[in-house]
Ligand binder design. Structure first.
Ligand SMILES: Cc1cc2nc3c(=O)[nH]c(=O)nc-3n(C[C@H](O)[C@H](O)[C@H](O)COP(=O)(O)O)c2cc1C
Length: 359
C-alpha cells in the first residue's frame, strides 16, 4: 500500500488518531466523538474481557457509522520470573490501611486474555486493529488480514519497526520516549528504547516502507504539522484527550493533569510491573529506590488494582496511575469535537505558514 493510501483506506479526513486509552480513560463515547469529528477513534480493550470488548465495539457502532480501531496488549508477560511477594505486600498493607481497604493478598497470575479478545475482534471486524508489547503470531495476522481488518503494530525503536514490517503490518505506530502510559518495547531493553518521537519517526520512515504514525507528547496542531513534516502520515494522541468530558478517567486524575504546569512525568514500574510514563505521585515515590520489590507484569498490575480502584473512588490521586505524556502541561479541557476542531485549525495554520518543521 502506498504511504498516502492509509488515511484514504481508513476513510478518515484528518491525520489524527485517538490513542487507545486502556483501563478506563478510553470510552466508546470518546472513540465515537473523535471518529465523528473526522479523526480516527479507538477503543483500548486490553483490560476488557472478551464480552466487554464486544459490548464496547457495539456501543461505538451505536454512536457513529464512522470507522474506528480496537487495540489489545499482545505479549510482554513475565510469567516465568521468580519473585518474593512479602516486601511489596508489607508496603501495600500500609497503603490499604490508609484507604480503608482490607489487607492485600497475592492474586493469581491472570490468564492471558489476548486469544479470546482477538476472536471478538475477528468476529466484530472493526476497520483497524492495533497491538502493543509484542507481535501476534503469523496465523493471527493472516486471519486479521483475511477479515479485511487493517493491522497496526507499535514500535519504540527502528529495529522494532523493521520486525513489524517483516511480520506484515499495514502501518507502524512509532511510540516516542515522550509518550504517556506503557512502553510498547518488545525487542531490546526498555532503557535503550527511549527514542524521542521526532528522531524515531525520521529513522523509521528511512528504514521502513510501511506508513508511520507518530505518537508521544503531541498536544497541538503545530506539533502534528511537525510530525507530518518528519514523514509521518498521521499522529496518535493520548494525553491531549484525557481531560475531555467523554474520557472515562477519574475526576482526581483529570484534576491532576489540569493542575500540571510543567512536565512532572516519570517512567515507573510501580503500578503494573511494566515501565509506563505518568505523573509522579505518592505511590511512585514510595517505591523509588525499592524497585526490586515490584512484582513482574502483569502480576503487579493485578496486585495494585484494589488500591487504584479505591483511590479513584475516593479522589486520592496519590495512589492512582496518572498516565500522561511529556506534553501534559499543555492539556486542554474541551469536548472531543472541539479539541479536534482546534487541532485541525492549528495544523492548517502551521502548514499554511510553513511552521510544521519547527517543534
Ligand atoms: C491513559 C493512557 C492509556 C493508554 N493505553 C494504551 C493502550 O491500552 N494501548 C496502547 O497501545 N497504548 C496505550 N497508551 C499509549 C498511547 O497509545 C500513546 O502511545 C501515547 O498516548 C502517546 O503519547 P501522549 O499520551 O503524549 O499523546 C495509553 C496512553 C495513555 C495516556
Amino acid at each position: 500500500m502506498a504511504k498516502l493510501g492509509l488515511l484514504e483506506r481508513l476513510r478518515i479526513e484528518h491525520p489524527i488518531f485517538l490513542a487507545p486509552l486502556g483501563g478506563g480513560p478510553g470510552t466508546p463515547e470518546l472513540a465515537a466523538a473523535v471518529s465523528e469529528a473526522g479523526g480516527f477513534g479507538s477503543l483500548g480493550a486490553a483490560y476488557m474481557t472478551a464480552g466487554q470488548t464486544r459490548e464496547a465495539i457495539r456501543k461505538v457502532r451505536s454512536l457513529t457509522r464512522k470507522p474506528f480501531l480496537v487495540n489489545l496488549f499482545c505479549g510482554g508477560r513475565q510469567t516465568g520470573t521468580d519473585f518474593d511477594e512479602k516486601p511489596i505486600l508489607a508496603l501495600l498493607a500500609e497503603v490499604h490501611l490508609k484507604l480503608g481497604l482490607p489487607a492485600p493478598v497475592l492474586p493469581a497470575m491472570p490468564p492471558d486474555p489476548f486469544p479470546e479478545q482477538l476472536e471478538v475482534v475477528l468476529e466484530e471486524r472493526p476497520a483497524a486493529f492495533s497491538f502493543t508489547f509484542g507481535i501476534p503470531d503469523g496465523d493471527s495476522l493472516r486471519r486479521l488480514n483475511a477479515a479485511g481488518i487493517l493491522v497496526l503494530g507499535t514500535a519504540t525503536t527502528v529495529e522494532e519497526g523493521r520486525l513489524l514490517e517483516q511480520a506484515g503490518v499495514d502501518a507502524i505506530v512509532a511510540q516516542g520516549a515522550e509518550a504517556g502510559a506503557h512502553r510498547g518495547t518488545f525487542a531490546g531493553s526498555f532503557e535503550e528504547s527511549m527514542v524521542p518521537v521526532a528522531e524515531l519517526v525520521r529513522g523509521m520512515v528511512r528504514a521502513c516502507s510501511a506508513p508511520v504514525i507518530a505518537s508521544g507528547g503531541i498536544m497541538t496542531g503545530r506539533e502534528i504539522a511537525a510530525a507530518l513534516a518528519d514523514g509521518a502520515v498521521a499522529v496518535q494522541i493520548g494525553t491531549a484527550f484525557l481531560c475531555c468530558p467523554e474520557c472515562g478517567a477519574a475526576e482526581a486524575y483529570k484534576r491532576a493533569i489540569l493542575a500540571t504546569r510543567r512536565d512532572t512525568t516519570v517512567v515507573t514500574r510501580a503500578f503494573s510491573g511494566r515501565p509506563a510514563r505518568g505523573l509522579a505521585n505518592t505511590f511512585i515515590e514510595q517505591l523509588t529506590g525499592r524497585e526490586e520489590i515490584i512484582l513482574p507484569y502483569p502480576l503487579q498490575n493485578a496486585l495494585t488494582r484494589p488500591m487504584r480502584t479505591a483511590a479513584g473512588q475516593r479522589g486520592q490521586a496519590g495512589y492512582l496511575s496518572l498516565w500522561a505524556g511529556q506534553g501534559v502541561a499543555r492539556a486542554r479541557s474541551l469536548p472531543a469535537a472541539e479539541l479536534m476542531c482546534a487541532l485541525v485549525a492549528e495544523l492548517r495554520e502551521a502548514q499554511a505558514h510553513g511552521t510544521g518543521a519547527a517543534r
